[in-house]
Design a protein around this ligand. Sequence first.
Ligand code: RTP
Length: 155
Amino acid sequence: LVASMEEVEETYIMIKPDGVQRGLVGEIISRFERKGFKLTGLKLFQCPKELAEEHYKDLKTKPFFPKLIEYITSGPVVCMAWEGVGVVASARKLIGATNPLQAEPGTIRGDLAVQTGRNVVHGSDSPENGKREIDLWFKEGELCQWVHVQAPWLR
Ligand code: RTP
């Protein structure tokens, strides 16, 4: 029942400016919390343009890139680091498809969003990117390690 350390992953989850402006912060955090992942970093943050460009550097050549940078820097975001077994893929499932109209009901985007360009939340797409993005968005000392007792009654 206790996962070995090798299986534990980290992912970077970010509530985008529309999620903050629409008052969805609690709702979104709650979904990851109730699922059973461990929150290890959390802050409200106004993202500078340079950081948004670095975060989305793989999309630099896309026609929507300037609009994406404008969107991500248009207001504060909520930066989060979450840890757990299989957290990267599971978080992507909880978030749902990039286009909210194609996202399944029950997912964050499926329940709460309509437009691809306003899809309320980001989640890392691989464990490697999870680490890279957490390093990019958090400074040393901003992350906390703590003992996450999920379900002692099942032991
Ligand atoms: P994210 O990185 O935000 O979790 O999103 P994702 O992996 O589901 O999607 P990705 O293809 O990496 O795109 C990153 C974000 O860019 C915006 N986007 N706009 N056609 C468009 O206007 C368009 N396509 C993508 C979305 O905000 C998407 O989440």
